[in-house]
Design a protein around this ligand. Structure first.
Ligand code: KIV
Ligand code: ZN
Length: 593
């Protein structure tokens, strides 16, 4: 094989196709050499409907659709290693726990494993009263018979029968004309009905899918479905499900919505059918297509957890449900334990969840950037429980999905003071004053730049301790005595320096300035407090208070932090932490008699 150089021309200005068959490609004038066979000329634009009465754009979704989970069939069918019995049982238990009431459990006529799983569910009475199992079968008589065998003894079941209807399937796969395709559908529907009649103890429901609906001419899709409806004769009390698959997603979601709305308008007995959607994600728009399809009049949705499925996957039920939830709509699924869902799904499918997966990915509530962290921190501080959620950069309260705020803000070299402050506050109960936030984040950033990696909460704490809580300079407060006078305060303090105990004394107009004077009296440096702050610490800490001090020792500013049961001791120790940082300046403290 050798590389071939081709010329690929890029259109100067973008062009929106309104009707597909213009026959012309966009005008081009920029030459870009392309190697290999990468050539868009191989493809045609997808035909759109010439629809002038569309109403779906002005609709909004106000309630959850009827959900159907197809993880155990469409999802399973796409796996490199299909689920084993244990994995299927786990997936089933999860789907039931999340609240799915309709669950497609397999294709029993095509797979012995699916057949056995179906039998296990029925014989071991695993199906809750409010859950209906659904099984898929091609519109072929023998397969339909086998499907009913798999369902023997079930209290309720949906028989989902399908055949392909698109031109490529008709012409190249089945080599049948339209009448031949309608005939398959009609005969399949009849067989489904006949077999059901033989088993009156089960409450049967029927579903039909014109496979590749979205690639089928709309008139023909409606014709086939009407043929099936004609056989089944559903009623408003006993509806049939007509499922409209975008088996391969070939167009923008608005095209699908046009197809769904047209279908809903023109299908027979609309009041006796449940219009279901089954979108795939080839263009990355399965969710958008499903949402627009709901706006266009559909009632039901088939999808999988995390969107596992053929090729780029099925429509992701989790994302769609969370999209509704985040708009204040009850999704009628309980997704409150996102980590359990992603764990079970990835263990069953052996596909890991992308860390940026909508709503449930590990990183989707995490901000690394300083400005985002700052905004999140400010909004979280103002968010009232009784008020609607309104936090910048967080479209949802992570706690709703069982996540904590701990992982919301994570720190790397791009993070700013807000992030470091947030972690110190959340994990260690420290409310750093602003002047210290700047210093603290500078230290953490230096570390992140050197390590070229994320800095964990524990590492941040160590940096803070080493930088601002040091007694490495050797000065430690052992005890103090304070005399309060009307005009001033006088202090006498005992310090440990290395293995030496010394006494320092001083006066000032407050305890802190008295302590500084006492140190000054023993040092050859001036000590001036620039900022100080303090607060009580939450319960569970063995210290009750924390103090923050910024002090000038000589000509240099240092920041110190100290915790103690006694607030004054905390302040004195924070001053000593500043002094200790100045140790390189060769300070000498001498005892004052
Ligand atoms: O994608 C599809 O068309 C299907 C049908 C069998 C419903 O899975
Ligand atoms: Zn499918």
């Amino acid at each position: 094989m050798h590389a071939v150089s081709q010329t690929y021309k890029i259109p100067i200005s973008g062009k929106i196709m309104t009707q597909f068959n213009t026959g012309k490609m966009p005008s081009t004038n920029t030459d870009v050499p392309v190697s290999g066979t990468f050539s868009h000329t191989k493809y045609r634009p997808f035909p759109t409907l010439n629809k002038t009465d569309r109403r779906w754009p002005s609709q909004t979704i106000t309630e959850a659709p009827i959900w159907c989970a197809v993880d155990l069939r469409d999802g399973n069918q796409a796996l490199i290693e299909p689920m084993n019995v244990k994995q299927k049982q786990r997936m089933w238990a999860l789907l039931v726990k999340l609240g799915f009431k309709e669950i497609e459990i397999g294709f029993p006529s095509a797979s012995q494993e699916d057949f056995d799983f179906c039998r296990w569910l029925i014989e071991h009475k695993q199906i809750p009263q409010d859950v209906t199992i659904q099984v898929l079968v091609q519109a072929r008589e023998a397969l339909i018979e086998r499907t009913y065998e798999a369902l023997e003894g079930a209290e309720r079941a949906i028989i989902h029968v399908y055949n392909s209807t698109s031109p490529v399937q008709r012409q190249k796969v089945f080599k049948l004309d339209k009448a031949g395709i309608v005939d398959i559908a009609r005969k399949g529907a009849q067989k489904v009905k006949d077999e059901a009649k033989k088993r009156p103890n089960t409450h049967w429901r029927f579903e039909y899918s014109p496979e590749s609906f979205s690639s089928t001419e709309i008139d023909f899709a409606i014709e086939v479905c009407n043929a099936v409806i004609g056989v089944w004769q559903p009623s408003p009390e006993h509806k049939a499900i007509i499922n409209l698959p975008a088996t391969v997603e070939c167009a923008t979601p608005n095209v699908f919505a046009d197809q769904v709305e047209t279908f809903c308008d023109r299908v027979n007995q609309r009041d006796s059918i449940i219009v279901s959607l089954h979108t795939h994600n080839d263009r990355g728009c399965a969710i958008a297509a499903a949402e627009l399809g709901l706006m266009a009049g559909a009632d039901r949705i088939e999808g999988t957890l995390m969107g596992n499925g053929e090729r780029t996957g099925n429509m992701d039920n989790v994302t769609l449900a969370m999209n509704l939830y985040s708009q204040g709509i009850d999704p009628k699924l309980n997704l409150s334990n996102a980590d359990e869902i992603t764990k079970i799904v990835s263990e069953c499918t052996q596909i890991n969840t992308h860390p940026r997966h909508p709503w449930v990915g590990e990183l989707v509530y995490t901000a690394f950037s300083g400005s985002h962290q700052d905004a999140i921190k400010k909004c979280l501080a103002q968010q009232q429980e009784s008020e609607p959620w309104d936090v910048a950069y967080l479209p949802l309260d992570p706690k709703d999905l069982g996540r904590d705020y701990q992982s919301v803000i994570r720190v790397n070299s791009q993070s700013g003071k807000g992030g470091v402050a947030y972690i110190l506050e959340q994990d260690f109960g420290l409310h750093l004053p602003r002047w210290l936030q700047i210093e603290a984040s500078r230290k953490v950033q230096e570390h992140a730049e050197q390590s070229k990696s994320e800095v964990s909460g524990k590492e941040i704490w160590n940096i803070i301790k080493q930088s601002f809580m040091t007694n490495a300079g050797g000065h430690e407060l052992l005890s103090y005595h304070l005399d309060r006078h009307e005009e001033h305060e006088a202090i006498s303090a005992e310090l440990l320096i290395g293995d030496q105990t010394i006494n320092v004394k001083g006066q000032g107009d407050g305890a802190l300035s008295a302590f500084c004077t006492a140190l000054e009296n023993s040092l050859n440096r001036r000590i001036e407090i620039i900022h100080y702050d303090q607060h009580a610490l939450g319960e569970g800490s063995n210290a009750n208070a924390v103090a923050y001090v910024q002090a000038k020792v000589g000509n240099i500013r240092y920041c110190g932090i100290a915790k103690n049961k006694d607030i004054l001791s905390a302040n004195f120790n924070a001053i000593l932490a500043c002094v200790n940082q100045a140790k390189n300046e060769d300070l000498n403290i001498s005892s004052v008699a």
